[in-house]
Design a protein around this ligand. Structure first.
Ligand SMILES: Cc1cc2nc3c(=O)[nH]c(=O)nc-3n(C[C@H](O)[C@H](O)[C@H](O)COP(=O)(O)O)c2cc1C
Length: 182
């Protein structure tokens, strides 16, 4: 399978593509697209997913559409803000709509944005949750601390070493997807 046939879904633990996690996941998607992947960003501002368990959630049209898209997708980029030392509730709720039957055996690239100092808590917590979904997160990962200063006005990462890490993460996801589908 060539890169051109890999479909990648980007998910953010914040609403909107203009949030810092939205910007980061879209930066990853655009690198993947430049390398031939088909990319989709699910914007929760346009298509919110209900809270798991709330009235009417099980038959919600967005949930059905989301889970169908998961099934059609070979790989995922996830970017969550760190909230109180872990992933946002929005990211956890998004993951709670994923099941093994949708994402098991598929590749994940993990990213995190932080208002404060860089750490890997959120990345580690997402990695643990993915184990229950039988997802395959690649070892490469990216956390961006002091995220308010991380992007320029065009949405590009200011620090070239972070940009390089992002490109390495995307390459790792593409390579792993290719190996797993061979
Ligand atoms: C409820 C809440 C909790 C937060 N907790 C942390 C935290 O534990 N560590 C940290 O570095 N930043 C924390 N932040 C800052 C977010 O990580 C930061 O807002 C996020 O990465 C996205 O940036 P943006 O809001 O400019 O899009 C918190 C923000 C909120 C709203």
């Amino acid at each position: 399978m060539g890169d051109e046939s890999i479909k990648i879904l980007g998910l953010s633990g914040e609403y909107r593509s203009t949030s810092k996690s939205g910007m980061l996941v879209n930066a990853a998607l655009s690198i993947a697209e430049s390398k031939g992947a088909e990319v989709v960003f699910w914007d929760l501002a346009e298509k919110p997913l209900p809270l798991v368990g709330e009235e009417g959630c099980w038959n919600h049209p967005h949930v059905k559409e989301f889970q169908t898209l998961l099934e059609e997708t070979q790989a995922f980029f996830l970017a969550s803000p760190e909230y109180h030392g872990t992933m946002s509730g929005v990211m956890k709720n998004t993951m709670d709509w994923m099941y093994d039957k949708h994402v098991g055996g598929k590749v994940f690239g993990l990213m995190s944005t932080l208002g404060g100092v860089t750490n890997a808590n959120t990345l580690n917590h997402m990695r643990i949750a993915l184990r229950w979904l039988h997802g395959w997160p690649v070892p490469e990962q990216l956390a961006i601390g002091h995220v308010k200063e991380a992007f320029d006005d065009n949405g590009n990462l200011v620090d070239p070493s972070l940009q390089e890490r992002l490109e390495n993460l995307v390459d790792a996801v593409l390579a792993a997807s290719k190996k797993l589908s061979a």
